[in-house]
Design a protein around this ligand. Structure first.
Ligand code: TYD
Length: 206
């Protein structure tokens, strides 16, 4: 089973990912936990390029680097883990490219969907959770203002509040249009409530 977590920066998905992993391992499932971009040497190097670049990065270049990292992660880690019968949990996947590079940066959604499909050789998640909260709340949680260039925020995080507003709305559009199993989680709910929501949905598909 392949589960992905999505949402704008600061939406609190990492805590819930860890809680879900613990729950599944207690039930004797083998869990492979990954993050995008990353999860293998080449993809971590691409991550550094993307998040630390001091140069202006062209949106198309950004899209192709994120999806290149994804292609490597799918073929070297995700597919082998799924074939071994493991549960794979990935912090971000194809919907991040649609939300950030499509709705956020303004690239064609259709093109991104087709590049995603090419990069992953058609591998889609069984379940996707989208953590939804306001850009303001997300910024508070992440500890940065996205218009502020002086903080520890990485290159993506410095994209500005308007960018994150488009990205947030983009995630909601994705959920509305998709015929996959996508669940929107209100990230303002109490931690324990979110944990229960996530667990009960996953249990339905186990
Ligand atoms: P990360 O520090 O992992 O953010 P988070 O902890 O919020 O997941 O950095 C990943 C950043 O890259 C994040 O700002 C989202 C962005 N991103 C894209 O813009 N497109 C993509 O396809 C992916 C996978 C990530």
């Amino acid at each position: 089973m392949f589960i992905t977590f999505e949402g704008i920066d600061g939406s609190g998905k990492s805590t819930q990912i860890q809680l879900l992993k613990d729950m599944l391992e207690k039930r004797n499932h083998v869990v492979t936990l990954l993050r995008e971009p990353g999860g293998n040497i080449l993809s971590e190097q691409i991550r550094q390029l993307l998040l630390d670049s001091k140069e202006q990065v062209d949106p198309r270049c950004e899209l192709l680097l994120f999806t290149a990292a994804r292609a490597q992660l799918v073929s070297s880690v995700i597919r082998p883990a799924l074939e071994a019968g493991y549960i794979v949990i990935c912090d971000r996947y194809i919907d991040s490219s649609v939300a950030y590079q499509g709705y956020g940066r303004g690239l064609s959604i259709e093109s991104i969907e087709s590049i995603n499909d090419f990069a992953t050789a058609g591998l889609v998640p069984d379940i996707t959770f989208i953590f939804d909260l306001s850009v303001d709340d997300a910024a508070k949680r992440a500890g940065f203002r996205s218009n502020d260039n002086q903080t520890k925020a990485d290159r993506m995080e410095r994209s500005g509040d308007a960018f994150f507003e488009r990205t947030k709305q983009g995630y909601l559009e994705i959920a509305k249009k998709s015929d996959r199993n996508i669940f929107i989680i209100n990230a303002n709910d109490a931690m324990n409530d979110i944990r229960e929501q996530v667990e009960s949905i996953v249990e339905r598909y186990l």
